[in-house]
Design a protein around this ligand. Structure first.
Ligand code: PMP
Length: 294
């Protein structure tokens, strides 16, 4: 069955879902996006994703040509129309078609795309063994460059870090902020566990504040695990008891090595595994339910 893609107000067959080469999302990376998961017919924390999308758009002065409620309904409709229960959703709002100059005043109408596709899972054994990582030389966008909190179409520093990891045979790269503190992975937030305390860098460490990160912080607190937000150094990660990454695609991914140092016992730790389980326990209910046609 051909997938249906939401494009500018309606569903079209995937092969016809085309965007102009004059769209500034394509020419300049001028736009914002979201990556969202649907678990067993429930779109995980859809409202939070839509809120972040609108906040990203507001920050870069894109006016999305529909209300958040209409956007939410469009997501539900797109997943339902494709008959998907478990899905990965990619939502893109770009500045829209303009001329070849970068001036956004030439782009009167933003382009809105929602793609729902079958989820591609990481191999299950990766969650059992954990992953090996390296520190990238590519930094997260500096805090005073303003855009690091925007989930924008500018991912080049993350992509360069990912290439570095690929070339070195590592599963993921850890990126530092402009001061040299540990920020996050290329598309995931980072946590360490030290002496029973869950520690994650604050928003001001150049990170994108993940929806998964937020859920895990809530789950840890409910489970009586103390949570601290503070700057983390590379040394802190090397000597941590546990480390993991969190994100919509990666979910809760244990990290067992950074820069050839084994973290903790070199295998996923007990708090990581507990939080992973808690996450799966809520994933199928904590969100917006899709209504499928009978
Ligand atoms: N950091 C970056 C740079 C990301 O792209 C993502 C993925 N959206 C995350 C962190 C994790 O965020 P979330 O849990 O909302 O997917």
């Amino acid at each position: 069955m051909s997938r249906l893609v939401y494009l500018d107000g309606g569903l079209v067959p995937a092969g016809e879902a085309k965007v102009s080469v004059f769209d500034h999302g394509y020419l300049y990376g001028d736009g914002v996006f979201e990556g969202i998961r649907c678990y067993s017919g429930v779109i995980f924390r859809l409202r939070q994703h839509i809120r972040r999308l609108y906040e990203s758009a507001k920050s870069i002065l894109i006016e999305i040509p529909m209300t958040p409620e209409e956007m939410e309904a469009a997501h539900v409709k797109t997943v339902a129309a494709n008959g998907l229960k478990d899905a990965y959703i990619r939502t893109v709002v770009s500045r829209g078609p303009g001329d070849l100059g970068l001036d956004p005043r030439k782009c009167p109408t933003p382009t809105v795309v929602i793609i729902a596709d079958a989820i591609k899972l990481f191999p299950p054994e990766m969650y059992e063994t954990g992953i090996k990582t390296l520190t990238s030389g590519y930094r997260r966008t500096a805090v005073d460059a303003h855009t690091y909190q925007v989930k924008s179409l500018n991912y080049l520093n993350g992509i360069m870090a990912k290439i570095q990891a690929n070339l070195a045979g590592m599963s993921e790269a850890i990126m530092l902020d402009s001061h040299g503190f540990v920020a996050e992975g290329t598309g995931e937030n980072l946590f360490i566990v030290k002496d029973g305390v869950l520690v994650t860098p604050p928003g001001s460490a150049g990170i994108l504040e993940g929806i998964t990160r937020g859920a895990l912080i809530e789950l840890a607190r409910k489970d009586g695990i103390p949570v601290e937000f503070r700057n983390i150094t590379l040394h802190d990660v090397y000597v941590a008891d546990e480390c993991f990454l969190s994100g919509t695609a990666a979910e809760v991914m244990p990290v067992v090595e950074l820069d050839m140092r084994k973290i903790g016992g070199g295998k996923p730790g007990p708090i990581t595994n507990r939080l992973r389980k808690h996450f799966y326990d809520i994933a199928r209910t904590d969100g917006t339910r899709v209504l499928y046609e009978a």
